[in-house]
Ligand binder design. Structure first.
Ligand code: MRU
Length: 332
């Protein structure tokens, strides 16, 4: 269990914890339309691949509950939600599931769509528990681990993916120390992972992203756990920008690098990571993350939100079905 909850369904509205304000403030956005949900996803008020899928599913349920909702208005809402963020697969997976529900009945049922959204939410929580158990089978002694971005309760319907393994590892005494990378430019590690760890009393040490090589060279990291936004059939994995660097350094230092993700992150249509569309975000995210740089107007800035870690750098991929080892073949 975690004290942290990113979404709550309450009598016809979706309450979204505004993650842009964490750790300064805990403020909830009240979403009564799919458009509010779509904007919350685009602006990173709700972020992290699994919870984006869950929020979008509730967005479809909200669209179906509108007065005069029809099958075509709900399908239009699904199309709008699809356009919010391109890389994380869970969004498309959840919307496909909601679309199947819309199309499987003769008449539109808002109640059936809400139950489907709740089922997606519940199943993700169960998947997090199963991944935590599977991930911990890899650890025999007491270890120190490193993680990247935020993959915890804020990013999922349960205790988290990579941070779920870590959370349970700390609780059961298998993990004694957690290093969290800052994760520039948006700071999901510094702001969100550290906040979650403090809430749940997980011993955490924050490092800047450029300290990973030195930390690994010092021998203080036994293992790396990260999440994923989309996984191709060959195991190539997209995750937050910077993950590829961490994975390369782990390979260089002989440190096992594990990806933790539910099967809703696997895109069976993609043979390799080269086919993954990488979202590029507003350059202002980069200027804002360094005090004083907001005045830089004429400098060219590249701001990809994700990168692809080649399967060769991945020791294992942990899903709710267990631990998968290379060579990966996730064809279904
Ligand atoms: O841009 P974000 O914050 O949505 O990116 C999140 C990540 O990259 C996470 O590591 C990933 O979604 C896994 S979350 C369980």
């Amino acid at each position: 269990m975690s004290k942290v909850i990113p979404l709550k369904w309450k009598a016809g509205e979706l309450l979204i914890l505004d993650q842009r304000l964490i750790p300064r403030e805990e403020k909830w956005i009240s979403a009564r339309t799919h458009e509010t949900v779509a904007r919350a996803i685009e602006s990173l008020a709700v972020r992290g691949a699994p919870v984006i899928g869950i929020a979008a599913a509730y967005g479809v349920a909200l669209a179906a509950a509108r007065p005069r909702a029809s099958r075509s208005s709900v399908l239009a809402a699904i199309d709008r939600l699809r356009k919010t963020r391109p890389t994380g697969y869970n969004l498309f997976w959840a919307l496909e599931r909601m679309k199947d529900r819309v199309e499987s009945k003769n008449s539109l049922s808002a109640t059936a769509l809400l139950s489907e959204a709740k089922a997606i939410h519940r199943e993700d929580a169960l998947a997090c528990d199963a991944m935590a158990d599977a991930g911990l089978t890899l650890i025999e002694n007491v270890e120190s681990v490193l993680t990247y971005c935020n993959t915890g309760a804020l990013a999922t319907g349960g205790i988290g993916t990579a941070l779920g393994v870590i959370r349970r590892g700390v609780r059961t005494g298998k993990i004694c120390e957690v290093f969290a990378c800052e994760t520039r430019p948006v700071g999901q590690g510094a702001r969100l992972t550290v906040w979650e760890c403090v809430q749940d009393k997980i011993p955490v040490t924050l490092i800047c992203d450029n300290m990973v090589a030195s930390l690994m060279a010092s021998g203080r990291v036994d293992r790396v756990f990260t999440g994923a936004d989309r996984i191709a059939r060959n195991g190539d994995t997209s995750n937050k920008i910077g993950t590829r660097g961490v994975a390369s350094l782990a390979a260089l230092h002989g440190i096992p690098f594990h990806v933790v993700a539910p099967s809703s992150t696997f895109d069976p249509a993609l043979a390799s990571g080269e086919e993954i569309q990488i979202e590029e975000r507003d350059p202002a995210e980069v200027t804002k993350c360094t005090p004083g740089l907001t005045e830089l107007k004429r400098v060219s800035i590249w701001n990809p939100a994700f990168d692809v870690t080649p399967a060769d750098f991945i020791h294992s991929i942990i899903t709710e079905r267990g631990v998968h080892r290379p060579p990966f073949d996730f064809a279904r």
